[in-house]
Each structure stands twice: as structure tokens, then as C-alpha cells.
Design a protein around this ligand. Structure first.
Ligand code: HEC
Ligand code: HEC
Length: 479
């Protein structure tokens, strides 16, 4: 059923792509990064800056560039690829046309004059200038340029050769395979998105649902790779095997580009948060109503942009650097301290008790039979931002979509069906959703619950001995 709908959908997608190729629907695939709805909620001067003082849009542009010209903000752990090196000699001349570079880690550079490598200055006066290399001597590290450099570098400056190539390639693949759902800016608003439920992920919150990292941690590269290999079962998020090759590195290039879009979006959103209390369009309107003049508000904004925002920027970027670096370390991996408890009728019973217990109460959301129809699905929630009740009953996720607890009788697990996957879902929760983290639960107890959850599809009524358990006792009984 889903497969059929998916095929129909892909036909639609192909039609949309055709139209774009024919130039009929230019807006379908944005060629620029759009300002997020958060940025658009700010008063114009906070978005675009005042005089020389940059607003949010400029802060984002200088650190992340445009789709065609991605910028390497060294602060964040984004792998831009390429070979780094250090300048060891610069000729004493007014017009510098060659420099000597020592490559890090004894790297070697393939020099093809037909397709010359790029050299970018990462530090010093000449940064962030990028030049094509006209010549390269592998023996003594001399790089020649066709034209003289605009600003002279000095010994010790850091350069990168062919930097950004893998990321730029990741972008090409992303535009080909992902943007019609996830959008050019990763805001989940591609042209196909409105037909889908659940909606494609908006990366810009910096939050991913199905991770193997602890409750507060970011998604790891390996988690993203797994999503691309397996897709998200039961949703329109497809598997990209064999479309994106792991051998040639394509899969990793797309993963890195998703991380780039995500960090870009998170940075933008967090900068907006710093400004929105006093300088949103709404704040502006109510301040004016209370008699403040536009020019006074702009003067206050100028002070904020020049004094407070640089501090916030440093704080936010330090925090992001730490969180996104940590995500790929073992420190934040969900690691069971107890080996998996083998599946058995007793273990399932114990799991079921815990599932229904007042203290853990999975049933409050998932229902006593696990059908995803617990009492919580009937309440009216408040939108945490506007503080107003949502129009429809049920749980919501941070992307403001209705997000009901899973019907566990179907046996379809979006985050993967390995017992370890379910262990992670329970131990770390499902990020961005109301499915909580049970981080204080004994790991043995989590394994019992996992055994119970996996048995639910086979258990038509409480107390019934599951077919799979019966077949374990007599392996030949079922085909
Ligand atoms: C046909 C539409 C579609 C296409 C094409 C698509 N996605 Fe998705 N993607 C989705 C949907 C829908 C979800 C949300 C699933 C959910 O919420 O459970 C999703 C979720 C994701 C997630 C989030 C997983 C998590 O743990 O939160 C990532 C990462 C992702 N997609 C990456 C990609 C990449 C990279 C590509 C291209 C190689 C791509 N997607 C192509 C529809 C799509
Ligand atoms: C406050 C509500 C709430 C509680 C309590 C809750 N869940 Fe969930 N659960 C959800 C929601 C919402 C989802 C769907 C999230 C999504 O995928 O977007 C979910 C999804 C799941 C999934 C699907 C995972 C997948 O990969 O598809 C499993 C399994 C699950 N919950 C098990 C449990 C267990 C076991 C407990 C108790 C230990 C529990 N839940 C408690 C709300 C809840």
C-alpha cells in the first residue's frame, strides 16, 4: 500500500523535476538559502543590520556562504575536506606569485593542470582568498599562481588545498536526491513536502529523532548514515542504497552536507532567539503602541548588535562546537551496562508489567494494548511558543506537527528494529517528540520492556502466550 503510494508520489516528484528542468517552475528548487521563518519574524533592521552593524542574515551569510559558494567556518566541526598545510616561505617581493607550502601529515596532492586544484588561505591577511594553483612542485612544495596575490601572506599562515570539494559535491547530491522533500535550506519545505505525513524533517532545529546518542546529545554521523542506508520505515523517507555509494564516499558527503545545513539552521535560529524578545515584528508593534518611537527602538537595537550580540555569538558557537563534536564520541553513545536479556515468556511478562506500571506508564501514551491510543492522545496541548492551545487534540512534536504515539501492534519501527535500536528509543527517548527518555531505568528493565515491545505484534490479548515463544519451545511447530 505504502509502496504503491510511494511510486505514485515519485511519479509526481519526477513531474515536478521535469517542470523545473523545463524552467516552468523556477521557485520549486530555490537556488539560494532562504531566511528561516524565525528570521522573518524579526523587525527588518534586526534581520538586515543597521549601517555597518550586521543583522542575523549577514552573520549567517559570512559564516556559511551561499549554496554555490559554501564557506568554511573553522569554528564548527564540519568536515570541508581538502589537504591543509602551512606556508614555510614567501618571496620578498611586492607582487607575490608563488609561495612554499608544507602539507600536513605528509599528504600528497594530485596535480592535474587540466583541472587545477584550488588553494584557500584560512588565516592571515590573505584569508579567505581562494586561487587556482597554476603549478605545483611536489618535491619542494612551491605553489605558483597566474596572478599576483592581492594581500601578501606570511610564513605560518594556514592554507587548504582543494578544500570544500567533498562538501560541494555533497550539495550536488543533496539537490538531486533530497531537496525536493527537505528543501534547499534544509527547512523541510521542499516542493513535495506538503503531500507527506509525517513531514520531511526540518533540520534547522538541530534535532534528529532516531539517534544512538544520549537524551541531550546531538545526532552522530553514524546515525545519519544509518538513516540513509535504511530510510525511515513506515514513512516516505526512502533508503538510499545503492543510489549513494559508500565506497566512493558519496554517502559521507551527503551526511556532511546535512550536518552543514543543520548547523547553519541551528546557528540562525539561536541568533534570532537572542533578538526576538525585544526586536521581533510583534515586539516592535507593541512597543510602538506603548509610545516608543521607531528611531529609539533602532538606537537600542544598534547597542544590542554592537555590544550584546557578539557575546551571544561567541557563547552559541562555543556551545554548538562542543555539542556537535561530542556527538561523535563514545561519551554520549547509549551503552547498555547489562547484556541483552534473552527473550522469554518471563521476560516479556516483566516488560509488560513495567509498561503498564504507574511509575513508567508507557500505556498512558501507547495504550494498554500498545495501539497508540492512550489517554494522552485525547488531551489538547499548548503550543510552547505561542502558549495557545492547538486546534486539534493529541501530542505534538517540536516542529508543531501532530505526533501520535506509535501503534506498537504493527511492528514497524522508524528508528530500526534491532533490539539495541529499541533500547536507545527507551533509554534516550525520541528527540523532539513527547516520547520521553527513561534514563534512570535499570538497563535490565529496559531489556525486559524491549522484549515485551517486540512481542506485541504477536500478542492478540494480554496473557496470551505469543506464537514466537511457543515456536521457540518447539522449533518445528511453525513454518
Ligand atoms: C520523498 C521524500 C523524501 C526524500 C526524497 C528524502 N527524505 Fe529524508 N525524510 C523524509 C521524511 C518524511 C522524514 C521524516 C520521518 C519521520 O519523521 O519519522 C525524513 C527524515 C529524514 C531524516 C531525519 C531522521 C531522524 O532521525 O530524525 C534525515 C537525516 C533525512 N531524512 C535525510 C535525507 C537525505 C540526506 C535525503 C537525500 C539523500 C533524504 N532525506 C531524502 C522524506 C524524504
Ligand atoms: C508522553 C507520551 C509517551 C510515553 C509516556 C511513551 N511514549 Fe513511546 N512514543 C511516543 C510518541 C509520540 C512516539 C512517536 C515519535 C515519532 O516517531 O515521531 C513514540 C514512539 C515509540 C516507539 C516507536 C519507535 C520507532 O522506532 O518507531 C516505541 C517502540 C515506543 N514509543 C515505546 C515506548 C515505551 C516502551 C514506553 C515506556 C517505557 C513509551 N514508549 C512511553 C510517546 C510516548
Amino acid at each position: 500500500m505504502l509502496v504503491q503510494t510511494y511510486q505514485k508520489l515519485m511519479t509526481l516528484v519526477a513531474a515536478v523535476s521535469m517542470l523545473t528542468l523545463l524552467g516552468c517552475s523556477e521557485s520549486a528548487f530555490e537556488s539560494h538559502f532562504e531566511a528561516s521563518t524565525y528570521t522573518q519574524s524579526l523587525m527588518k533592521e534586526a534581520q538586515n543590520g543597521v549601517g555597518d552593524l550586521p543583522g542575523v542574515s549577514d552573520l549567517v551569510l559570512t559564516r556559511f556562504g551561499t549554496p554555490q559558494n559554501l564557506v568554511a567556518w573553522k569554528k564548527l566541526p564540519i568536515d570541508f575536506g581538502g589537504i591543509t598545510g602551512r606556508i614555510t616561505a614567501v618571496p620578498d617581493s611586492a607582487a607575490v606569485k608563488e609561495i612554499t607550502v608544507e602539507l600536513d601529515d605528509d599528504a600528497t596532492l594530485e596535480f592535474d593542470p587540466e583541472n587545477p586544484p584550488e588553494l584557500q588561505f584560512l588565516t592571515g591577511e590573505a584569508a579567505p582568498l581562494t586561487m587556482f594553483m597554476a603549478s605545483w612542485s611536489a618535491e619542494d612544495g612551491v605553489v605558483g599562481f597566474t596572478n599576483a596575490l592581492e594581500a601578501a601572506p606570511v610564513v605560518g599562515d594556514v592554507v587548504v588545498l582543494n578544500g570544500g570539494k567533498p562538501l560541494a559535491h555533497g550539495r550536488v547530491l543533496y539537490m538531486q536526491h533530497c531537496s525536493h522533500c527537505h528543501g534547499t535550506s534544509g527547512n523541510g519545505e521542499g516542493p513535495t513536502a506538503e503531500y507527506l505525513n509525517p513531514r520531511p524533517r526540518n533540520y534547522q532545529h538541530g534535532v534528529f529523532k532516531f539517534t544512538t546518542t544520549t537524551a541531550q546529545a546531538k545526532v552522530s554521523r553514524e546515525d545519519l548514515r544509518r538513516v540513509l542506508r535504511n530510510g525511515v520505515p513506515g514513512t516516505y523517507m526512502p533508503s538510499f542504497v545503492p543510489m549513494l555509494s559508500e565506497e566512493t564516499g558519496e554517502l559521507d558527503e551527503v551526511v556532511e552536507y546535512v550536518r552543514f545545513l543543520t548547523m547553519r539552521g541551528e546557528f540562525e535560529r539561536r541568533m534570532v532567539t537572542e533578538l526576538s524578545a525585544d526586536f521581533s515584528k510583534d515586539a516592535l508593534a507593541s512597543r510602538k503602541e506603548q509610545g516608543e518611537s521607531h528611531s529609539d527602538i533602532v538606537t537600542e537595537l544598534k547597542d544590542f548588535l554592537s555590544e550584546d550580540l557578539p557575546d551571544s555569538l561567541e557563547f552559541v558557537s562555543d556551545d554548538m562546537e562542543q555539542a556537535w563534536t561530542e556527538a561523535n564520541t563514545e561519551d554520549v553513545q547509549v551503552t547498555p551496562t547489562a547484556a541483552r536479556i534473552p527473550d522469554s515468556v518471563e521476560s516479556r511478562r516483566r516488560g509488560r508489567e513495567l509498561f503498564l506500571s504507574a511509575a513508567i506508564n508507557c500505556a498512558d501514551c501507547h495504550g494498554i494494548g500498545g495501539q497508540g491510543n492512550g489517554p494522552q492522545t485525547l488531551i489538547y496541548e499548548k503550543n510552547p511558543v505561542t502558549q495557545e492551545l492547538y486546534e486539534e487534540p493529541g501530542l505534538h512534536d517540536i516542529w508543531d506537527n501532530v505526533n501520535q504515539p506509535r501503534n506498537l501492534t504493527r511492528g514497524i519501527y522508524r528508528g530500526g528494529r534491532r533490539p539495541y535500536d529499541l533500547f536507545c528509543r527507551i533509554q534516550a527517548g525520541i528527540k523532539g517528540t513527547r516520547m520521553p527518555s527513561y534514563k534512570n531505568l535499570q538497563h535490565e528493565d529496559i531489556w525486559h520492556i524491549v522484549n515485551y515491545v517486540l512481542s506485541i505484534p504477536f500478542e492478540p490479548e494480554p496473557g496470551h502466550i505469543p506464537v514466537s515463544a511457543a515456536s521457540e519451545a518447539a522449533p518445528t511447530a511453525t513454518p
